[in-house]
Design a protein around this ligand. Structure first.
Ligand code: FES
Length: 164
């Protein structure tokens, strides 16, 4: 794992925000690593642990606890679709199927769980997530860091055009 100098500098700077216990810098560091590499590899977990004088398990337990932290690479454009109550009732499940269809993502029949699915060309990935805190405008989704409310199945092709 190659950490570019700019990222290394940023990491060192972030650690200084936690003079009492470097351990508190674990989450900010995980976010920086994910932002840069797209996911958090085993190597990154070991690297962060060494940097903060922790055991790798101390870092891994955070990675597995928070759903927004990923251990596998996603597509160039990552789509998150809410599947919690309001969005499920508002069509979130059908929305995932529609995204899969238009993004050329093969979805095994009957798979309704939170597995990450990817298109063969690596351009798109999709997954269900839990409540994105906009239940009144269900169904909602995120594409990369962009948030979309009241997403209709009809709007999907147009939406995907923005992410090529
Ligand atoms: S249920 Fe989807 S945003 Fe809350």
């Amino acid at each position: 794992m190659e950490i570019p100098q700019a990222l290394a500098d940023r990491i060192d700077e972030v650690i200084t925000h936690y003079p009492v216990s470097k351990r508190s810098a674990t989450l900010p560091l995980l976010h920086l690593i994910q932002e840069h590499f797209g996911y958090i590899s085993e190597e990154a977990i070991t690297w962060i642990a060494a940097k903060l004088e922790l055991e790798p398990i101390n870092v891994l337990e955070l990675v597995t606890f928070y759903p927004m932290l990923r251990q596998t690479p996603v597509g160039k454009h990552h789509i998150r679709i809410c599947r919690t109550l309001s969005c499920a009732l508002g069509g979130g499940y059908a929305l995932l199927d529609t995204f899969c269809k238009h993004a050329n993502i093969e979805k095994p029949d009957g798979q309704h769980h939170a597995h990450l699915l990817k298109s063969a060309d690596g351009k798109y990935s999709v997954e269900f997530v839990e409540c994105l805190a906009s239940c009144g405008t269900a169904p909602v989704c995120m594409i990369n860091d962009d948030f979309y409310e009241a997403v209709s199945e009809e709007s999907v092709p147009e939406l995907l055009k923005k992410y090529q």
